[in-house]
Design a protein around this ligand. Structure first.
Ligand SMILES: O=C(O)C(=O)C[C@H](O)[C@H](O)COP(=O)(O)O
Length: 210
């Protein structure tokens, strides 16, 4: 059965967004997230080790749905899928990536930050969107304002969100989940503090969308 981006967002209330400097950290990181009850995570394509780390996550915890973030080009998307990414996340939305997602059928969460970008996505048949960078772009109040004229768009806000802001977003009718680096910060991964990451994951998994 093909998993859609809607299925993936429905499986998550909080999506940990991570950066891995060492590929071998992927396995224990994925296990810590699953242990904490997190079902969906995003690993950013920001380090040379990212693709290997993603493959390690999928090997160690096949039940964890792992997306590749920071997908900027079709080449990034192809490389991520080849290493086992379950979905693709981009900070923005380009015609080339939209076309690739439509052609490949890969679940894709493109980023938007304005009403015009949301409308462009809807014209392309895409209604599940990352709101990025959420806090600098206007926060929960901004998304609440977009809901009036454009109720069809559903967001996963990410960028500058911590546990204090998450509940405000999750209470909105147009928010499916939120993303953030606070569950598995780069420092905790570097320190291999899997117990702290599992504890953060447990608290995050307890947050629920409306
Ligand atoms: O690389 C990407 O594709 C991104 O979209 C960036 C991430 O969403 C942010 O790095 C989240 O990090 P925080 O703001 O610390 O929660």
């Amino acid at each position: 059965m093909t998993r859609t981006i809607d299925d993936i967002l429905a499986a998550a209330s909080v999506i940990p967004v991570m950066e891995a400097a060492q590929a071998e950290d992927g396995g224990p990181l994925a296990e810590a997230l699953l242990e904490g009850g997190v079902r969906v995570a995003e690993l950013t394509l920001r380090t040379p080790a990212a693709l290997d780390a993603l493959a390690a996550m999928k090997r160690a915890a096949p039940g964890l749905i792992v997306g590749m973030g920071t997908v900027l080009t079709v080449d990034d998307a192809e490389r991520a899928l080849a290493r086992g990414a379950d979905f693709l996340v981009s900070p923005g939305l380009t015609p080339a990536l939209l076309e690739f997602a439509a052609r490949s059928g890969a679940p894709f969460l493109p980023g938007v930050a304005t009403a015009s970008e949301v409308m462009r996505a809807l014209e392309a048949g895409v209604s599940r969107l990352k709101f990025f960078p959420a806090e600098p772009a206007g926060g929960a109040a901004y998304l609440k304002a977009l809901y009036g004229p454009i109720p069809a768009a559903v967001f996963c806000p990410t960028g500058g969100i911590g546990p204090e802001q998450a509940a405000d977003y999750l209470a909105l009718p147009n928010v499916a989940c939120v993303g953030g680096s606070w569950i598995a910060p780069a420092k905790a991964i570097e320190a291999r503090d899997w117990a702290a990451i599992a504890a953060n994951a447990r608290r995050a998994a307890a947050l629920k969308a409306r």
